[in-house]
Design a protein around this ligand. Sequence first.
Ligand SMILES: N[C@@H](Cc1c[nH]c[nH+]1)C(=O)O
Length: 385
Amino acid sequence: MTEDPYSPALLPTGFVDLLPPEARTEAEGVAALVRVFASYGYDHVRPPLMEFEETLLSGSGLSLADQSFRVMDPETRRMMVLRPDITPQIARMAATRLQRLPRPLRLSYAGSCVVVLPSAADESGRQIMQAGIELIGPDSPQADAEVICVAAEALQQLDIPGVSFDLTMPSLIPALLEEAAVPEAERPALMRALDRKDAAAVSALGGRLSEILTALLQAAGPADRVLPLLARVSLPARARAALQRLTEVVAAIKAQSPDLRLTIDPVEFRGWKYHTGVCVTVFAQGCSEELGRGGRYLCNDDEPACGLTFRPDVLFRLVPNMPVMQRVYVAPGASTDVADALRGRGVAAINSLCAPAEGEAVYYAEARRLGCSHILLDASCIELV
Ligand SMILES: N[C@@H](Cc1c[nH]c[nH+]1)C(=O)O
């Protein structure tokens, strides 16, 4: 059956309604995440949904251009963009309004974003949800490790099983190609081959670097197994320094959270192109979508920062929905104190909109129709049988 193009339920491709109980599970889950972030000193901020094009798409936001919906402001006639990612907004805030706050500056955020073309694996469509933290100021392995460990703690509190953190170093390969003076024209094909993990193409296109690139390509897996392999690869100075940093970040994570499952993929690159250091992608067993992503970058081109953004729309598909709240029908004239006490205990106490003259039979019928288990008459709560 073809859909009625004028149906009021029809939404643009990639935009969906979230209904009960999923919408409540997501809202309460996001609130729980923000509480964990706050418990580590991350203060909540709320940047706007839209910004002027020149502001959002500058600095670390430059790489968002292809994924940004643009809208003209009817008032000023200036172009505005709907944010596809919140991190560059936090970077802007840190470099402007929050410039004078002491560093390290720890901020958290949660909100919706809109992307033009979601990845094929992304079930959420074009409106995606983000909730994350940014740690601005220090450029140290301890800071990189902190955001990963806080994220791990949040997932543990949400009871998400089988979580793993995949570490990557997107600056490693470009540094290597540059230090080996691989001609600019040859780099895109080589990068594509590495991205596709096509060992034959990497070896054919790699020239003098074939052996090193093949070794890096093959060295992917659990951090404990991969780090010793990587240490044996002979790398020029900048590529070696990038690898050294990755090694230090792993050590700092292990010092804080020894049981975290860490994998390494030295040639992988996912996500926005503003990252400058160690990056991370969060996975859970049995889920093909990414639960979150993070990494190191520069706030407005100069201040070091790192962060991690969860995707609550993906995350909360993995947890059982919140149990439905018990519902009590509050008849006209019933005790508001008792109703408030019920609400305080997590029960939904639903006020009657019937006129008092309609009588008890009507209230009982209404209570049943609304799925209530009890009715509050005066100060007594009576079970509906
Ligand atoms: N916001 C980025 C991840 C990130 C947070 N901080 C730094 N990087 C993303 O969603 O891909």
